[in-house]
Design a protein around this ligand. Sequence first.
Ligand code: SF4
Length: 382
Amino acid sequence: MVGDLALLLLAALPLMGSPGPATLSLAGMAAAHGIPRSLRYAAGINVGTIGVVLLIATGTTAIVLGLPGMKTAATVVGGLYMLYLAWRIATAPPVGANEQRSHLPSFLGGFALAIANPKAYAAIGSLYRGSLVDAQQENHATVAKVLVLAFVAVAVNTTWLAFGAAIAAVLRDPRRRGSPTLSLHFCCLSPSRRCCSPDAFALERFRSAVYQRVMTAKILVSACLMGHAVRYDGAAKPLCHPAIERWRAEGRLVTLCPEMSAGMPVPRPPAEIEAGRTGASVVSGAGRVLEKTGGDVTEAFRHGAENALALALATNCRFALLIDGSPSCGSSFVYDGSFNGERVRGEGVTAALLRRNGIEVFSDREIDVLVERLAGEDEAAP
Ligand code: SF4
């Protein structure tokens, strides 16, 4: 039996320890209030989860759910409770600092969430019924299984509580980063920006902190604007503006030279989009980029644009600040293909591909517009 109990324990750890309403709310509580102030809530979650184990082990769940209509009723009630929590998050007024003190997590809140937690019934039920513990030793087996599952419940809940507290410290420290994948998982907890109940409040605080750290809009910037000597002539075109330093300190800037990312050297012959075409034409295969020396560098320019787009998507850049006039980075004008210094309205290949994929592109001359745009974004953020 010991071996089977060990197997039950090993199976229970991932199933009961995976993210669910109770475990994530514990992490949220610890992140928002710290471990000491969340202990009553954690006790409620633990007692509620052990209650679920007992309801399943004693057959109460099976008896109750076996009554006519009870399965549907239980599903509806559990679903309504989860919807109620979601509704409280979505419709409550913004929380002020004082509300955090007046809505401390309670034992009852934790207990109610755990006992109504559909994931607990599904996970514990399948573990209990699927256990290979010898049915001949019925009483011992039942007690042993309950103890193992209760132990796992307390262990995983405590781990999530500690994790919430730990990741809160990470999120508060701008020099340290959490796992984006895990953080994004938390971001899915609540799509709203408001909350009022203690559990909803804790989740919202946690989600907001993650949002600020991970989802803050970043800006893809032309490397030459940031002072890198990557232009065709080996020069840079540094942009001096107070916002640049601020964004740099906020970790918003993602720097790239599309042409160098495609393997083009410095220096390199000047290149322009052929006459009558635009960056969008090059992206769609209907235009070329030619060097003054006659070389066709269309593929390299497309490749650089694709690199820029991939980097922007991977780093959550919803904005781009690109130097104007370049056959890659130009966003309001480019040169006409004659190499005579004649400008035409249009955009470069990278700017065109970024815009086609929903990234807002601003030229270096529009930096103040971008400042305004970001201020609006930050106000709208939770
Ligand atoms: Fe600057 Fe863009 Fe040209 Fe690179 S491709 S040198 S970043 S303008």
